[in-house]
Design a protein around this ligand. Structure first.
Ligand SMILES: Cc1ncc(COP(=O)(O)O)c(C=O)c1O
Length: 374
């Protein structure tokens, strides 16, 4: 048995007839850019997320950049985000000549620590980018309260948590990405809602912001060849939108399959003191983009090699804290500010997680992990 981290082929085979038909229709109509499937996908995703506006774009990295452009952030403004995330979140801050201020995460959820956010605020701070990491929401009650008190924008990076619900202490429940001023997501193929190439989207309930975002994704243009502002070319291909319309119908079922796999892992590892399983926090559902363990008293390299020999894939998300990345060497960070991230980078290990894991495969994976400790 060879077990990959993601199994896009088996998932495709399940929905092949629906997907192939949709792709053929787009080609037949030759509506490759801004076709009717894009408009329908916008509406359907907005309904699913219960948000007023969805603005599709070319990928999740562009979504983050476009959000900051539309909010009018200026060079030198500080934007606070997590030290423990994929580089795109923070790279886009630096790309726009804003100042990335990275802060530490919570040891249980691996999401941004609101206390660290609060401490990092200066008169130059303009925005916070909480990252709903691995499928679980940050503490958005605290983040929104801090942002409101300091008059800051909140840009949610929900690339890894589409479909997750955040249950506020105030009684409301909202989808990840629809709580701050703007949410950004990625439809990279391995994401919970993934297309067959690159794709992304922005979400907002603010009409003016939606107008700016829609204009920026398309060269700052509302009327053809009349450009109101500086924009970019970042559109979701019609073929990708057509595929996403099919996959959106299956999103809840796919997320439930991930949750079942996570339950299997949790139960199997319950008595192993070397494995700290991912916490399920009360205020958020967990859509398990990744199933990430923290390893206790373990030679991680040896465990990875043991799994490799059994043809079981595993991955380290993420091996290097962002403040230690060469790309950020021109910014000065205090290495003592990130004890949790540093520890996580040394001790996390993600196991195969996708919609196609059956009990037989899961048993083989969990038995193999436990065998390492026996
Ligand atoms: C947390 C996070 N933010 C942003 C991105 C960027 O998305 P994309 O690859 O579509 O540009 C990713 C993708 O891996 C991600 O995991």
């Amino acid at each position: 048995m060879k077990i990959p981290m993601v199994d896009l082929k088996s998932q495709y085979l399940k929905i092949k007839s629906e997907v192939d038909k949709k792709i053929a229709e787009v080609i037949d109509k030759t509506e490759f850019v801004n076709g009717s499937e894009v408009k329908l996908f916008k509406q359907e995703l907005a309904e699913y997320l219960r948000v007023k506006h969805v603005i599709p774009c070319a990928n999740g990295t562009d979504a983050l950049q476009i959000a900051m452009m539309a909010l009018g952030l200026q060079p030198g403004d500080e934007v606070i985000s997590s030290d423990f995330t994929f580089i795109a979140t923070v790279e886009t801050i630096a790309l726009l000549k804003l100042t990335p201020v990275m802060v530490d995460v919570k040891p249980d959820t691996y999401c941004i620590d609101p206390d660290c956010v609060e401490k990092a605020i200066t008169p130059k701070t303009k925005a916070i980018i909480p990252v709903h990491l691995f499928g679980q929401c940050c503490d958005m009650d605290r983040i929104m309260e801090i942002a409101e008190r300091h008059n800051l924008f909140v840009i949610e990076d929900t690339a890894q948590a589409i479909g997750s619900d955040f249950k506020s202490d105030k009684g409301w429940t909202r989808k990840a990405g629809t709580i701050g001023q703007v949410g950004c997501t990625s439809f990279f193929p391995s994401k919970n809602l993934g297309c067959y190439g690159d794709g992304g989207a922005l979400f907002t309930n603010d009409d003016d912001l939606a107008e700016k975002l829609s204009s920026i994704v398309n060269h700052g243009m509302a009327v053809r060849y009349y450009h109101d502002r500086i924009g970019v070319n970042s559109r979701l291909d019609t073929i990708q939108a057509a595929i996403l319309r099919v996959k959106l119908l299956h999103l809840d079922e796919f997320n439930a399959a991930r949750q079942r796999a996570a339950d299997f892992y949790d139960n199997a590892f319950i008595n192993c003191p070397n494995l700290i399983t991912p916490i399920r926090c009360k205020k958020s559902t967990h859509t398990f983009h990744q199933y990430t363990l923290v390893l206790n008293n373990t030679d991680r390299k040896a465990l990875v090699e043991h799994l490799n020999k059994k043809e079981i894939a595993s991955a380290v998300y993420y091996p290097v804290p962002l403040h230690n990345q060469k790309a950020f060497q021109d910014f000065s960070y205090n290495p003592n500010d990130f004890p949790v991230t540093v520890k996580l980078c040394e001790t996390v290990l993600s196991l195969p997680m996708n919609t196609e894991l059956n009990n037989e495969t899961l048993k083989y994976i969990t038995d193999s992990v436990l065998e390492f400790y026996s």
